[in-house]
Design a protein around this ligand. Structure first.
Ligand code: ZN
Length: 379
């Protein structure tokens, strides 16, 4: 059993690893770490399935390549000269890589165990309870190539659902590891931690944003799950998903649209557990969970006749979040819903939601509703 904070119930290891900021962002607690977010693992799987179904083989390969390159670069940047030296030794290298995989287990990626490691030659990893079999293998591929400074081939041997062995064999050694490390990353500062304000309420004991559900970390399986809804999460770099979504927007917009459609529909049909609550609590919990999950900060939320209006700050993928809202709130209000997103000049994103109508929202006068004072206001 993982111990939990006695104030808010958050598993203590999660609280210790991560830092939350007042802008609704999440970072790892080491200097220079990339921005992270809690991503619903089923979304990653659904996205990969849509790509496979669309027979978009080129796009699949391109996305895999992008993720691989991104992780490779990040891995090169983050290992120090000394670690680079140790990584070439069979025993220490295996230990360091297993430690990195344990970190991924912590972030909900599944259980990852090294089966074979020959420095700069061969890497065999077994994944159990893996969150997916497309993005995770691409990232592990990049991790291996980045830490060993090699180019490899990748083979995935499927065993059963969520379980596979990944085999990475070196085709070419790119150079000595330390050559790649000349550009050491400077020690950047940690972001300022979260402060209590009119939107974000903090746990009085651990001073972290309160998550309205019950987050659990199943350590031996590498699973992060909200027990109250059954949603499985991974904690994952925003930048690596930004690559995926921006590439899809340009090169496979219809795949992205069908993914968003499925997301909304599956939310509609799985919204059941939350619907026992009253509507006001449902909206409040939804928006208050965003800063914890790293999906930005709600500045203002108002539910008015025909429209729910939300202003968020710093949401990484507003269109994906809009699809999520469309399904959830549509099920809650028992209506077919539409959600429109607009990004203002100051970077705030404005979500306008309501029952489907013909014509734009502005024709309902929604855009002319005067802003009320800040805070989460629900009638
Ligand atoms: Zn707490």
């Amino acid at each position: 059993m993982t111990s939990r904070c006695r104030g808010c119930g958050l598993p203590k290891p999660i609280g210790k690893k991560l830092i939350w900021t007042s802008r609704g962002e999440v970072y790892p607690r080491h200097p220079g770490g990339e921005r992270l977010l809690f991503l619903d693992a089923s979304w990653a799987r659904a996205l990969a399935q849509h790509l496979k179904k669309a027979n978009a083989e080129d796009l699949l390969q391109r996305l895999r390549g992008l993720r691989r390159e991104h992780t490779k670069r990040k891995a090169k940047e983050s290992i120090g000269r000394w670690a680079g030296f140790l990584l070439r030794r069979r025993v220490t290298g295996g230990h360091i890589l297993q430690e990195i995989l344990n970190e991924l287990t912590f972030y909900g990626y599944g259980k990852l165990k090294i089966k074979e490691f020959k420095p700069r030659k061969l890497f065999r990893v077994k994944a159990i309870h893996a969150y997916d079999d497309f993005f995770l293998p691409s990232d592990l591929w990049g991790l291996w190539e980045g830490t060993q400074n090699v180019t490899s081939t990748m083979l995935l041997e499927k065993e059963e659902e969520g379980s596979y062995v990944l085999v990475l064999r070196t085709k070419e050694k790119v150079g000595e590891i330390h050559e790649a490390l000349r550009k050491q990353n400077k020690r950047r500062e940690l972001p300022p931690p979260v402060k209590e304000d009119e939107v974000i309420s903090l746990c009085p004991k651990c001073h972290r944003p309160i998550y309205p559900g019950r987050m659990s970390w199943v350590k031996d399986k590498g699973i992060l799950v909200d027990e109250s809804t059954g949603r499985r999460f991974i904690v994952t770099p925003v930048a690596s998903w930004a690559l995926v979504f921006s590439t899809l927007k340009e090169e496979g917009p219809q795949i992205l649209d069908s993914f968003k459609e499925e997301l909304a529909n599956s939310n509609r049909s799985h919204a059941g557990p939350g619907l026992g609550k009253d509507i006001k609590a449902f909206y409040r919990d939804y928006f208050l969970s965003l800063p914890f999950l790293g999906w930005g900060k709600p500045v203002r939320v108002a539910r008015k006749p025909f429209v729910v209006e939300a202003e968020l700050l710093g949401t990484p993928f507003p269109e994906i979040l809009a699809a999520d809202m469309r399904g959830r709130f549509g099920a809650l209000e028992r209506e077919d819903w539409t959600v429109e997103v607009k990004t203002a000049k100051d970077g705030r994103q404005r979500f306008l939601m309501g029952p489907s109508w013909d014509g734009p929202w502005t024709s309902l006068g929604a855009a002319n509703i005067p802003p009320s004072h800040p805070g989460i206001l629900l009638p």
